[in-house]
Ligand binder design. Structure first.
Ligand code: GLY
Length: 359
């Protein structure tokens, strides 16, 4: 069975990982540490999803399907004003309007639903679930998605919090000296330096959450406010099935966070699941997809002085047998896991060691 753990499989993983060159030792350790038979539901998520994994595991244990459970789990983060990457409190587009993207996929039915550039509805993942179950479509966008959400009783509300508005205003006043928006004179402004060092120019936060129950049934969700300060209407990988999320009930589930444009062009989640289908352990599948993203990168604008990507992508993968893994282009990341009754953060494997921050 794809992803099933055997000693021979582990040796193959270790050898393949060693052949990847720049991959860290922690990639091999991650593969070994996560290769096990599940003794309860297994739920994984991006690092901001620790509450989501706990909630989803609790619901699955009560008999809720994996796809419903992960949507309920990420709702906690969508409603959190302090998470500026998702739902309420998410960072807005360049005009100061919050636009949300989300997708869901159900393993047993191989059905999916998604919304993109949805405004004024706090829980886009729940709307995506309605698209999956109550339409013959796979993706609704913009005004049509909002109209559909309202028809299903979703409340329209302002999603831009004061804190997110202040962050947007800071970006707007400092990102160009060729417009009429000026930063305050007092107190002394260090925002421009922060922007120049990449500190707050753009962010790609997102939450992906995937689950498998004891019957081997899978479900996944990815939800986001997308790239901060984006051009209105920009859609990332999160609501694109095969890019930001993919589930095949015979194999596993995968999702992504980070620079969506890079994931879309490499069919990230689909490629990860296909690599697991070929027998790659989850962490190995994630690393291979990231290597592919790096190999396909040609634009010098997106490279650092050493020719490596100046952005990050993280891939998350969960196999049908409960083995799991996550990897990033750059070191220092974590992901959330609930397995064997324990909810925790684990380190992601990675391709490149992040250089120490310049002073
Ligand atoms: N991965 C989230 C986005 O690029 O929109």
């Amino acid at each position: 069975m794809a992803g099933e753990f055997t000693r021979r499989g582990f040796l193959r993983t270790a050898a393949a990982t060693a052949a990847l060159g720049p991959v860290s030792a922690s990639a091999t350790q991650g593969a070994a540490a996560t290769a096990r038979k599940p003794d309860g539901p297994v739920v994984i998520a991006s690092a901001n999803g620790l509450r989501a994994t706990a909630r989803a595991a609790e619901l699955i244990a009560q008999g809720v399907t994996p796809v419903d459970a992960v949507v309920a789990g990420v709702a906690i983060v969508e409603a959190d004003p302090d998470d500026h990457s998702v739902g309420y409190g998410g960072l807005p587009n360049e005009r100061g309007v919050v636009e949300l993207d989300a997708s869901v996929m159900d393993g047993p039915t191989h059905n999916s639903g998604a919304v993109a550039a949805l405004q004024r509805v706090k829980h886009p993942a729940q709307v995506a679930l309605r698209v999956m179950r109550r339409t013959d479509h796979a993706l609704l966008v913009g005004a049509g998605a909002l109209e559909f959400a309202k028809a299903h009783g979703f409340k329209e509300e302002e999603l831009l919090t004061d804190e997110a508005r202040e962050m947007w205003l800071k970006w707007k006043e400092r990102h160009s000296d060729r417009d009429d928006w000026l930063p305050p004179l007092e107190p002394p402004d260090n925002g421009a330096a922060e922007i120049k060092s990449g500190g707050m120019l753009y962010t790609h936060g997102t939450i992906n959450c995937d689950a498998v129950d004891l019957h081997g049934n899978l479900g996944g969700v990815t939800t986001t406010s997308g790239l901060s300060y984006k051009i209105p209407g920009r859609v990332g990988d999160s609501p694109i099935i095969g890019a930001g999320l993919y589930v095949d009930n015979a194999v596993g589930a995968a999702g992504s966070t980070g620079r969506g444009e890079a994931v879309i062009k490499n069919c990230g989640a689909f490629a990860t699941v296909e690599l697991m289908r070929q027998g790659k352990p989850p962490v190995e599948a994630c690393l291979q997809v990231l290597k592919r993203i790096v190999a396909h990168l040609t634009d010098p604008r997106l490279k650092d002085s050493s020719g490596r990507p100046n952005f990050d992508v993280k891939m998350y993968a969960l196999a049908k047998d409960g083995t799991f893994g996550a990897a990033a282009i750059w070191s220092g990341g974590q992901f959330a896991v609930h397995s064997a009754g324990r909810n925790r953060l684990e380190d992601t494997a990675y391709l490149y060691e992040r250089p120490p921050k310049e002073q």
